[in-house]
Design a protein around this ligand. Sequence first.
Ligand SMILES: NC(=O)c1ccc[n+]([C@@H]2O[C@H](COP(=O)([O-])OP(=O)(O)OC[C@H]3O[C@@H](n4cnc5c(N)ncnc54)[C@H](OP(=O)(O)O)[C@@H]3O)[C@@H](O)[C@H]2O)c1
Length: 288
Amino acid sequence: MKILITGANGQLGLTLQDVFAGSDLILTDRDELDITDAKTVNNFIDTKKPEVVINAAAYTAVDQAEIEKELARKINVDGAKNLAAAAKKVDAIFFHVSTDFVFDGKKSKPYVETDETNPLSYYGQTKLESEKTVAEVGGKYFILRTAWLYSPFGKNFVKTIAKLGSEKEELKVVSDQIGCPTYAYDLAIAMKMLLDKTEYGLYHFAGDGKCSWFDFAQEIVKLSGGKAKVLPQTSFEYAASRGETLTAERPKYSPLNCKKIQKLDVKTVPWQESLAKCIEILKENQGL
Ligand SMILES: NC(=O)c1ccc[n+]([C@@H]2O[C@H](COP(=O)([O-])OP(=O)(O)OC[C@H]3O[C@@H](n4cnc5c(N)ncnc54)[C@H](OP(=O)(O)O)[C@@H]3O)[C@@H](O)[C@H]2O)c1
């Protein structure tokens, strides 16, 4: 199966390369295929004719997006539209990834796909717009909203905390934001499972269970054998400690209800179980 992966050097992109290693992969990142360039995207996909297009490219700097609005919008919205349209033209299955940050966090039960959206950040706004634009284009698309993504690749919370946990005596971590840590590997497997399904549309996919960043950090330090004591702090205290005036607002509560995708026999995994697997890989490869 011929699969095009955009943003192939990002953390999801690198994970996808692993999971889809047996396929005929076309791997591109910004230098090979800038997804904001509609004409190039159209020509590239029209020539290569992939059967599947996975968009792992995005503008993901949540705080910086408040400043670089135009660029964030161009990559997240226009980029997604260009890919969706080109994929539709060659009848390819299109995977797009969105985020729990499309919600405002005012709910007290995990969010379902039909819940009202109300992004608090500009990044969340662009991701919501990307969902709408992909749906408008139509075709054989899956939009997977995920959350708190981590992997052995790139820069992410797990790698940062594991490192700091081994270096510092004490770590203060935000305890008033609740969500679902999601292993990028599980998300990539979910995409693989969806390849033979035809129930296209919008789905939630995240790690099973929920926790705060503080709980998550405690588990990371424990599993990686760090020495740091993890202490809770509020989002407000965290922002103040960084001395930032312009920090994007994040939802206080954004767990995702994944029942819709589970009904398609796509498995979700308890977040602690997947975290343990990721930490094992980090220990083997990076000498944690
Ligand atoms: N990380 C999370 O916690 C999280 C949570 C929920 C949802 N998501 C979503 O999951 C997806 C994957 O995220 P990730 O963590 O893997 O992101 P990532 O590590 O930041 O990777 C994004 C990749 O996209 C590339 N890219 C940026 N602009 C591009 C362009 N114009 N054309 C082609 N490639 C471009 C980046 O290249 P450069 O390095 O050159 O910029 C990078 O390789 C995104 O859609 C994100 O919104 C992430």
